[in-house]
Design a binder for this molecule. Structure first.
Ligand code: AMP
Ligand code: GLY
Length: 428
């Protein structure tokens, strides 16, 4: 089976590595040059052609952009088998207002919210809130359009910048203001064929830019999976109360949803509540989840795409920590164009598909007069390590990172900290 993955990030690289175990031909479009340079023992190629010009038995769409632009509708129009929702279904992620209405229809617990197009009304509402402020752009903003603060003045400034178009252009002019939810945040992804839904291992994403969850929200600076504090019965409850009811909403709207349903959840004292839904695999969670998957991912995705999902994903008991290497200035103004140095031969580092230390490339590019890789966007690569304990995985991941460098490299040093505290009994 030839599989075509659409996208160019570390999530797509990880999907390619996982899928290549079960498929003799995996192509990523457009991919990135790091994918071409690594894992040469696997059948992973990149292709700059438009996906609609590529011949494949199965298409897997990575990022939200192409989904919200209707790539699935186009590919299905060519009778292709595609994993991912159509444009209508993708509104679950591309419009927070659509998502909130869907949650309400499904009776899924989430934060109270109001929508504003007009600054005076929005700022008046802000004044009435107590305990914290969450201000979101309605449109897609790569995980960066959300501002969470307990400081009223900072909230007002963010609201002004969004609504006058300074910070997010048109995407910021309509805002959602939400009640602040407090608790542990987790990500639960499930695969669905529109009727049956099966969960993957949960993960915890480190959203803030700096250690100890400080600094601005980002697309994700690292992740670990599975969190010990999410037991099987909790996962079942999350699936039943927070994700499955969406299938009824899709049905009522005539949406045949085949793909990933990704719930970002807050484990509040009143129970799990949905923070957001995404319509695709999470990045960087996928790089922490897939190394533990024992089942045939290609078969699961193919079954879901055909509307005939029968298998359940099975995971081993290993723990994975994934750390994102970013460039200084990410997420607001990343510095780009720096050469990436590897202390070992690049092949020795990335060629360990069977070992438990893996690199997945994202924002990397080449230059005509140099055979190395250079930084080309804020999140440069993911380094993921798997072991029997989080403690060991953490040692390995940071050891691996010490062999990679580029000017202005920035990464969090505390990914998996809470997991290790649970593992070692410091947290209960
Ligand atoms: P979103 O893009 O809606 O997922 O928001 C990005 C991040 O902002 C989430 O992952 C949370 O960490 C935080 N966040 C969003 N909404 C809320 C909320 N209502 N209460 C607390 N934190 C939130
Ligand atoms: N890690 C958050 C996301 O994929 O949107």
């Amino acid at each position: 089976m030839k599989i075509c993955i659409v996208g160019s990030g570390a999530r797509e690289h990880c999907l390619a590595v996982s899928l290549s175990k079960f498929s003799n031909s995996v192509v990523v479009t457009p991919g990135n040059p790091g994918m071409d340079m690594s894992y040469s023992s696997l059948n992973i190629a990149t292709d700059l052609n438009d996906p609609t010009d590529i011949d494949a038995d199965l298409f897997v769409i990575g990022p939200e952009g192409p989904l919200s632009e209707g790539i699935v509708d186009k590919l299905k129009g060519q009778s292709k088998v595609v994993f991912g929702p159509d444009q209508q279904g993708a509104q679950l992620e591309s419009s927070k207002i659509w998502m909130k209405a869907a949650l309400k229809q499904a009776g899924i617990p989430t934060a109270d919210f109001k929508v504003f197009d007009e600054f005076v009304a929005a700022s008046n509402y802000l004044k009435t809130l107590r305990g914290g402020y969450v201000i979101k752009t309605d449109g897609l903003a790569a995980g960066k359009g959300v501002f969470v603060t307990k400081d009223y003045d900072l909230a007002l400034k963010d609201l002004q910048d969004k609504m006058n178009g300074t910070s997010f252009g048109q995407a910021g002019k309509r805002v959602v203001i939400e009640e602040l939810m407090e608790g542990q945040e987790i990500s639960v992804m499930a695969l669905t064929d529109g009727k049956k839904i099966v969960p993957l291992s949960p993960a915890v994403d480190a959203k803030r830019c700096f250690d100890d969850d400080l600094g601005p929200n980002t697309g994700g600076m690292g992740a670990y999976s599975p969190p010990d504090f999410v037991h099987d019965d909790m996962l079942d409850k999350i699936l039943e109360k927070c994700i499955e009811p969406l299938l009824g909403v899709f049905k009522s709207k005539g949406i045949d949803y085949r793909g990933v349903l990704y719930a970002g959840l807050m484990l509040t004292p009143e129970g799990p509540k949905v923070v957001e839904f995404n319509v695709r695999f999470g990045d960087p969670e996928t790089q922490a989840i897939l190394p533990g998957l024992e089942s045939d991912l290609a078969s699961l995705i193919y079954q879901a795409s055909l509307g005939k999902l029968t298998d359940e994903p099975k995971f081993n008991k290993n723990k994975t920590i994934n750390v994102v290497l970013a460039t200084n200035g990410y997420p607001d103004s990343p510095t780009l164009g720096d050469k990436i140095y590897f202390k070992e031969d690049i092949d020795d580092i990335v060629e360990r598909a069977d070992s438990n230390v893996r690199i997945f490339f994202a924002g990397v590019t080449t230059k005509p007069d140099d055979d190395g890789l250079f930084t080309s966007s804020g999140r440069v690569m993911s380094v993921a390590c798997t072991d029997t304990t989080f403690e060991n995985a953490k040692l390995k991941v940071y050891d691996q990172i010490s062999k990679i460098s580029f000017d202005k490299m920035h990464f969090r040093k505390d990914i998996g900290k809470k997991a290790i505290e649970f593992e070692t009994g410091k947290l209960k």
